[in-house]
Design a protein around this ligand. Sequence first.
Ligand code: C2E
Ligand code: MG
Ligand code: MG
Length: 359
Amino acid sequence: MARLGGDEFTVILRRVSAVDAINEIAQRIIESLQRPVNIAGRDHQVRASIGITRFPEDGNTIEELLRNADLAMYQAKQSGRSRAVFFDPKMARALPAPAESGLFRAVRRREFALYYQPQYALHNGELVGLEALVRWQHPREGLRFPKDFVPAAEQCGLMVEIGAWVLDSACRQLALWREEGIAPARMALNVSVQQLRGGDFVQLVGDTLARLGLPPQMLELEVTETVFAEEDARLALRNIAALGVRVALDDFGTGYSSLNYLRQHPVDAIKIDRTFMSEVPDNYQATTLLATIIDMAHALGKQVAAEGVETLPQLDYLRERGCDVAQGFVLARPLNVADVTERLAQRSGSTALLRRAAG
Ligand code: C2E
Ligand code: MG
Ligand code: MG
């Protein structure tokens, strides 16, 4: 018997193959778990739902057997608690791909982590912000990157829940850093268009900031231009800006990149997509285009950040052209909480020392 995570356990039965025998054991487990447990004078009751797979009928690998047991367990939960359900190949066909990939479970168990990539001001090299980037800590397969699960999460509506988790944990981390006196000037989060539909998000942002006592201008929300296509999302963006939260247009240069968007919508900054950077400074046309985007955005009063900066010549070029902020592997990779905290502390080291000396 093993606990694989959260409130989920796996039992392997050897030398049992008759359906009746398996069922009997499953029922015994369910019944024994139903007995109330007394903790500190109060009775608590838990219920179990069981999904069952058989080897080799339901799968040849551990992964396959566990995934199919998961699917059977969802079925068990759906048909009311305290049940044991055998896997049936029909279940795999009926469910959308994201469910199969374990995303629902990941959301339930909060199997996510945030990494933080530093952003630097080009004119003085100071760390001015952090972008929070979500990772899925898969219990069996290790760290997974957004490209492998964000599209699926958006497809089945899970990005709303994941996004709410991202907002909460990033802001709580920011509040902690503030308490320690090492917070960066701002924190950027990526927001998918799905989160901006429905109207709850603005309230959530406002409540989170108020609960943690964070000034709104410390928060920057990164959106892509797809949000401008939807009435709901445009309105949400307007209300977010009205809170005093900054809005940045991410991946600029990959879509229509209409400069009119910058004029019409409450955008404080643009982030030039990294696909641009790869040809800079060697390709004349790419370089000219980059310089022009920087100038036009500045003319409209927007701040300009470049992402995916990987080489020193790129960095020099951006500085020369007056780009405001740079982010990329040449400066810093996305870091886990411990590493980014260390970097923030080093940066504020002298300030903290002075304060300690004074105190
Ligand atoms: P993005 O917002 O454009 O984030 C920048 C991506 O570029 C990050 O990938 C980052 O690790 C990567 N990157 C940074 N510097 C460099 C560099 O110098 N070279 C190269 N080749 N890549 C660099 P990541 O973390 O895999 O995120 C990918 C995308 O997933 C993000 O693109 C963003 O659109 C999305 N994403 C990440 N976290 C969240 C989230 O919490 N919510 C939502 N809705 N989307 C997210
Ligand atoms: Mg981004
Ligand atoms: Mg981007």
